[in-house]
Design a protein around this ligand. Structure first.
Ligand code: SF4
Length: 266
């Protein structure tokens, strides 16, 4: 199936600002699905609220555009009722780790076979640039004009500690790695998380004087390295990209089926 077949062209042009990174994530997702040759009738995309969540409307999968922070709860219901479906959840950093933080850690703890794409632009873009749990200290935001004092979560470490069996990180600058990691996350049998640094030039970039979209992409290029790179030894502040966790653990729907089978025998 051609890439175009996975897109709802009638909803284009999209609503994202010029230079927003989320379109690159959409591209990476669609290319991953096309390369895996997944039948779109077997794909469900479930999103919450936010600029990133608009992806669910642009792909021609089964789409559920739900409420803020609750996408993983809806996705869990879908997956448990139809375990054969591939369930993908695109989320913003606030949607995933603030409003939806509890759902995030519990989906990871259960190891349910859902793919969470956490699009981290360190701000609440749709509502006007408030600071998020991923903004970090010293960042300017609509709600922090004199800069933030809150530490940021580390999405990778949070997902790892909560029990996710596949955890990866990349950026929208690294488009090939982005698509490859999404592919691996989709085929992984368990809760998979891909954190994706994505630029919001309209709010985060402007308020923090990072320049336009191209300048922000250059920051992703210069401030990240592949896991294991020697450059990290010389500059510990560099963020690592790649797969941090990839392990086999009992998957939740399969474990639940075993409970049903035991109950039937009893
Ligand atoms: S506000 Fe930011 S995140 Fe939202 S569409 Fe514009 S650039 Fe993208």
């Amino acid at each position: 199936m051609a890439v175009k077949e996975y897109i709802r062209e009638r909803f284009f042009p999209h609503m994202w600002c010029p230079g927003c990174g989320h379109g690159i994530v959409l591209n990476g997702l669609v290319r991953a699905v096309e390369e895996l040759a997944i039948n779109k009738n077997e794909l469900v995309i479930v999103s919450g609220i936010g600029c990133s969540s608009r992806i669910s409307g642009y792909v021609d999968f089964h789409s559920l555009h739900t409420v803020h922070g609750r996408a993983l709860a809806f996705a869990t219901g879908v997956k448990l009722s139809k375990p054969k479906l591939n369930v993908i959840v695109p989320m913003g950093d606030g949607d995933a780790l603030s409003i939806g933080g509890n759902h995030f850690i519990h989906a990871a703890r259960r190891n349910i076979n859902i793919t969470a794409l956490v699009m981290n632009n360190r701000t609440y873009g749709m509502t006007g640039g408030q600071y998020s749990p991923m903004s970090g200290v010293g960042v300017k935001a609509t709600t922090a004009p004199y800069s933030t004092i809150d530490n940021a979560f580390d999405c990778v470490e949070l997902a790892r500690a909560a029990g996710a069996s596949f955890v990866a990180r990349t950026t929208v600058y690294h488009v090939n790695q982005l698509s490859e990691l999404i592919k691996k996350a989709i085929v992984h049998d368990g809760f998979s998380v891909v954190e994706i640094f994505s630029q919001c030039p309209t709010y985060f970039g402007r308020k923090n004087k990072q320049g336009g979209a191209v300048d922000m992409l250059k920051i992703f290029k210069e401030k990240t390295v592949l896991i294991g790179s020697d450059k990290k030894k010389d500059n510990p502040a560099l963020m690592e990209r790649g797969i941090f966790v990839e392990k086999e653990l009992p998957e939740y729907c399969k474990a639940y089926d075993e409970v049903i089978a035991r109950a039937r025998k009893a």
